[in-house]
Write a protein that binds this ligand. Structure first.
Ligand SMILES: Cc1ncc(COP(=O)(O)O)c(C=O)c1O
Length: 444
């Protein structure tokens, strides 16, 4: 394990309270990154690390891509900031137009935020305000799903379903309920791509409709593929069924595409991959290739139009952020979309998916592996937990992979992989091969 023998360095780590990090463990043995390019990071002492998770599911085009770097540099010199309330700048409009062109048909309005968490809050508020604007103000209830991750703000953790993210924070939002998760190891372990069994889990929404009445429900929010909880794929037909139930009851369907957006599954968005169009769609991460914080909410035309009433000099939707449509973020996102288009990255995951799938499923039978899940360029490897120490088995694998020059992510006892979409077969061999070696060694 890397140690931190320099007392001055140890001191300098003290002030930073790190997010979603075991702070004490990290500061004992820091894992520092100093530079990044393409598929790799480098540590301050020059060690090369293969990025198996696109930074944090966001650097879809790989690191330090020239068009994005130049766009940010130029924009910083030209106009650093422009107020987004009552003022505009050309790149914000150009970007919205370009985003709509790749979005699922009909999702043709774009509202900017600065993160996935803010996109979720924005979409939830839009859903409630939309129903109110059309005269159904009693529709305020929000439905999430067990094990869902929708960022860390109060709306997001309320509809979210990861217990560790919720239990420290009191009573959360009122009027929220959850449908059951879709994980079913007994029937679906080691499925290649979407699992066969479990479309009926969507019917859980009918149970909540029967309990609360549809007239009180504004929206249902789900990740098309749940990422942060450990890569849970929707069973065959599940999302279609959810869509049908929402339509039957006038409930808005929100897809949280913060991870699945921008090519992760082999289509620009998961909605297109699964042939299911939501009413609202949240994105972030890959929108700007992680280079400048940015997020957005896509809305269907009729949702937007419902707000466009009342006197024309009045604000229609009392919501927005100082940094909505930040010029640097818009420039980065335009450079990102150019890079995606020039290199065919929004569909490249489809071309690499079979090779990635075969590599991942070769892990079946290795010590502790109880499931392998994959779709596009997302992989999940679930390990049997160490009795009494949930999460430790996978975290140990993460630490050992880091020592061997490969960055993966773990959540609970599931290893997640979501490499940049520029990945080549040799990188897949290195990424999955390293995990395989570490798992073999862990049994020795
Ligand atoms: C599906 C989903 N929604 C929301 C978020 C939150 O995004 P952020 O960390 O940018 O606030 C994430 C982050 O991983 C996510 O995966």
């Amino acid at each position: 394990m890397t140690t931190n023998p320099d007392p001055k360095l140890a001191q300098s780590l003290d002030a930073y309270w790190m997010p979603f990090t075991a702070n004490r463990q990290f500061k004992q043995a820091p894992r520092m990154l100093a530079r990044a390019e393409g598929m790799h990071f480098w540590t301050p002492d020059g060690r090369k690390i293969l990025d198996g998770i696109a930074g944090l599911w966001c650097v879809n085009a790989g690191h330090a891509r020239p068009r994005i770097v130049q766009a940010i540099q130029q924009q910083a010199a030209e106009m650093d900031f422009a107020p987004p309330f009552n003022m505009g700048h050309p790149k914000a409009f150009e970007l919205a137009q370009r985003l709509v062109e790749i979005a699922p048909t009909g999702m043709n309005k774009v509202f900017y935020t600065n993160s996935g968490s803010e996109s979720v809050e924005t979409a939830l508020k839009m859903a409630i305000a939309y129903h109110r604007a059309r005269g159904e103000g009693a529709r305020t209830r929000l439905i999430g799903r067990e094990r869902g991750y929708h960022g860390v703000n109060f709306g997001g953790i309320s509809v979210g379903g990861i217990v560790a993210n919720r239990k420290m924070f009191g009573t959360l939002l009122a009027g929220v309920d959850h449908i059951r998760h879709t994980h079913d190891l007994a029937r679906n372990a080691f499925s290649r791509g979407v699992p066969e069994y479990g479309a009926e889990f969507a019917d859980d929404l009918e149970r909540l409709v029967a309990l609360h009445d549809a007239s009180t429900i504004a929206a249902v929010i789900v990740e098309p593929v749940a990422g942060s909880t450990g890569v849970l794929l929707p069973p065959k037909g599940y999302l279609q069924r959810l869509r049908e139930i929402c339509d039957r009851h006038g409930i808005l369907l929100i897809f949280d595409e913060v991870i699945t957006g921008f090519g992760r599954l082999g289509s620009p968005f998961a909605g297109q991959h699964f042939g299911v169009t939501p009413d609202l769609m949240t994105v972030a991460k890959g929108i700007s290739n992680g280079a400048v914080p940015m997020g957005a909410v896509f809305a269907r035309q009729h949702i937007h139009d419902t707000f466009m009433n009342g006197p024309e000099h009045l604000i229609e939707f009392f919501h927005g952020y100082t940094y909505s449509a930040h010029p640097l973020a818009c420039a980065a996102a335009l450079g990102t979309l150019d890079t995606y288009a020039e290199e065919g990255l929004l569909t490249r995951a489809a071309a690499m998916a079979t090779y990635f799938e075969d590599a991942l499923h070769a892990l079946e039978g290795l010590p502790h592996v109880i499931d392998v899940r994959n779709i596009g360029l997302v992989g999940g490897i679930e390990l049997a937990p160490i009795a009494g120490s949930p999460g430790k088995r996978a975290f140990d694998v993460f630490l050992e992979c880091w020592e061997r020059g490969v960055l993966i992510r773990t959540t609970g006892d599931t290893i997640a992989m979501s490499p940049p979409l520029i990945i080549e077969k040799a990188h897949i061999d290195e990424l999955v091969g390293t995990v395989a070696d570490v798992l073999r060694k862990s049994a020795a």
